[in-house]
Design a protein around this ligand. Structure first.
Ligand SMILES: [Zn+2]
Length: 644
């Protein structure tokens, strides 16, 4: 009987049955400087990780920590990078920047060695990688025995190649300076929030966007077809993609306005309390999130779930349709077929959808077990008339607004109640830990694995504590000032276990910055948008293991106990494993919308079809195409990719 009911349920999902939804970005997915006005930035060029070493030792202020690292934010116009079009479309040799004093880390001879055999970005194990770019006509760089270096044609190309490299050197130098300028302004704002720093940050961001657009226009004038050096080709290719900033000014303005309008709806949405129609003004943070994770009242949860969607997604449905058009237009100006191709481009694969699905198929058996276990426990709590043995789970009782992380319901689903998780916070306080010593401990951890110690600027310029005299945006983040010496963390650190792990996570970003700091600027970024966070999360898993905490002397008693282990692993799974199909749905849905496979009249139906297919959840109340449930999740109105 249940089976029949659930089958009917599945079949009718798109016409009438209720559907579910999931939560916000997990606490561990932190912004390390990406988010700023990201709508105008290239998907692979986040705001503040670029670099280079101009003004290294000589130009820096010599005063104490109060002024060191303070960059005056430039307001003079940048000099345009201007390839000499009369010179066959290549940059003028005369215009090149003398490099002898400017590039202590990355001098000309080094740059010349950015070739097929020495380029660390070169993917030796994947010959199809180069071949898969139809615009690259050079020889296969993996063929080390090719004998094609002596023709006249090649000698001509080599001259042009030198000119292009000169252009790239100049661009590299200027882009690094512009980046430093912008990052410094953003840092000044986020560590001292006031009107003046906010204006300066907005100005700097605008200036940087203009600069990037100028660079994009210049790079586009250089024909890449004849370039046979893969690293050079690759640099130009990356410079030729700037995302929405490629839109004509009026369209870009419209694009930004639509996002701002949608986010205004999202950020100001408020609802009234359940059964208290005069108690209104409840916002997502903190009230609604608290209810979703703490209330066990089915009807209250359903009320909050539904009202949040009525006041967010439903109100931006029309705007979102316009945004899809503009995002696709921008993608085409960057030479992609549509925005889904643009979003997938940083992963450098031709079959992203299939690869993602293949990975999911490997994980799914474990997810199915977690799902079945949680459904059984929820059935025990809410009763068999509300939770079917075989139907999808209702999305509103999973511990947060979107069902993305199930951590909120861990306390009453824990396999071994009473076997509490290891929490070293009291011991940290006992032992006199401070924010500073927590980061020193993190540094020791990396150095013990033969990784780099933090540079001096890190210790003198980071904000590791909440300063009493000014307002700081406390979201933890790691910053690359694009000059090869200045790397900082901003975090209002509390002395507790959660922040100890976060300190390691943030420092992992810095280690990654340091590892690629000698690359040309355009390469100084994660290998793909998922990589930076993956490194931090991997490190965090290791730090949080009971064994490691024992090694640090923060756990005295033995932690070799199966019940503890299961509880610990279960807790991890409720956050990380439950999250995966949600993240998958977020981008699967948008890929399908961008390609035009799913049109506006199917937006919500398709959303719930995917939610059921991947997550096995359904909405608690009836949904229709008047609703727009994807829009009740921040990243949809913000137009930020989720799989990363
Ligand atoms: Zn991070």
């Amino acid at each position: 009987m249940y089976r029949l009911v659930s089958l009917l349920f599945v079949i009718h999902t798109c016409s009438s049955s209720p559907q579910l939804d999931l939560p916000p970005i997990s606490s561990t997915q932190r912004n390390y400087g990406y988010g700023l006005l990201s709508s105008t930035q290239s998907i692979n060029s986040p705001g503040n990780q670029y670099d280079r070493n101009f003004q290294y030792s000589t130009a820096r202020p010599t005063a104490g920590p109060s002024t060191a690292g303070v960059y005056s934010v430039s307001s003079t116009p940048y000099s345009r990078i201007n390839p000499d079009i009369n010179n066959n479309g290549y940059p003028s040799v005369d215009g090149r920047v003398s490099s002898s004093t400017l590039r202590p880390y990355d001098d000309r001879s080094r740059d010349d060695r950015i070739d097929l055999n020495n380029d660390p970005n070169f993917r030796r194990n994947d010959p199809d990688f180069v071949r898969s770019d139809p615009r690259y006509t050079g020889s296969n760089p993996y063929d080390f025995n090719r004998g094609d270096t002596n023709t006249l044609d090649d000698r001509v190309n080599r001259v042009n190649l030198q000119q292009i490299r000169d252009f790239l050197l100049q661009a590299d130098d200027q882009a690094s300076k512009e980046c430093t300028n912008n990052v410094a302004a953003q840092w000044n704002f986020e560590t001292d929030v006031n009107d003046a720093t906010q204006h300066a940050a907005l100005d700097a961001q605008q200036r940087y966007t203009l600069f990037q657009r100028g660079l994009w226009e210049a790079a586009q004038q250089i024909p890449r077809g004849a370039i046979r050096d893969f690293a050079t080709y690759r640099q130009l290719s990356l410079l030729s993609i700037i995302g929405p900033a490629a839109l004509p000014p009026d369209q870009l303005d419209r694009y930004n306005r639509i996002i701002n309008d949608m986010l205004a709806v999202y950020n100001t949405a408020e609802i009234c309390a359940y059964n208290e129609p005069f108690k209104c003004g409840l916002h997502l943070q903190p009230e609604l999130q608290f209810i979703m994770s703490h209330s066990r009242d089915w009807d209250e949860l359903s009320h909050v779930w539904t009202e949040w969607r009525r006041n967010t997604g439903r109100r931006i449905r029309d705007l979102y349709e316009q945004l899809v058009d503009l995002t696709n237009q921008a993608a085409r100006l960057n030479n992609f077929t549509d925005a889904s191709a643009y979003w997938m481009f940083p992963y450098e694969t031709t079959n992203m959808r299939q690869e993602v699905d293949e990975v999911w198929e490997q994980i799914k058996p474990l997810y199915d077990q977690l799902h079945a276990y949680v459904r059984r426990r929820l059935r025990e709590s809410y009763g068999p008339e509300r939770i079917s043995r075989s139907a999808p789970m209702p999305a509103h009782i999973l511990g947060d607004m979107w069902g993305q992380s199930w951590s909120g319901i861990v306390p009453f689903t824990l396999p071994y109640p009473g076997k509490n998780l290891v929490d070293v916070s009291p011991e940290m306080l006992n032992q006199g830990y401070t924010p500073l010593t927590m980061f020193q401990l993190a540094e020791e951890f990396f150095v013990s694995m033969n990784m780099t110690a933090m540079p001096p600027d890190f210790w003198s310029l980071s904000v590791l504590d909440n300063p009493p005299d000014r307002h700081v945006h406390c979201q933890p983040s790691a910053w690359d000032f694009c000059n090869r010496h200045d790397y900082r963390i901003k975090m209002c650190t509390h002395v507790d276990m959660k922040d100890l792990i976060t300190a390691h996570h943030e420092m992992a970003h810095i280690e990654y910055f340091l590892a690629y700091r000698n690359q040309p600027k355009v390469f100084r970024d994660g290998a793909n948008p998922g990589f930076h966070e993956a490194i931090g999360e991997t490190i965090a898993l290791s730090v949080a293991s009971p064994r490691h905490l024992q090694t640090l002397g923060l756990v005295q008693r033995s932690v070799d106990d199966t019940a503890h282990d299961i509880n610990y692993l279960f807790t991890q799974a409720m956050d990380k494993l439950a999250f995966l199909p949600f993240a998958l749905v977020m981008d699967r849905w948008r890929w399908d919308v961008f390609t035009g496979d799913v049109r506006k009249e199917q937006y919500n139906c398709h959303w719930w079809r995917l939610r059921e297919q991947y997550q096995g959840v359904k909405p608690p109340v009836l949904r229709s195409e008047l609703d727009f449930d994807p829009g009740s999740k921040y990243h949809v109105p913000a137009n930020i990719p989720y799989i990363r």
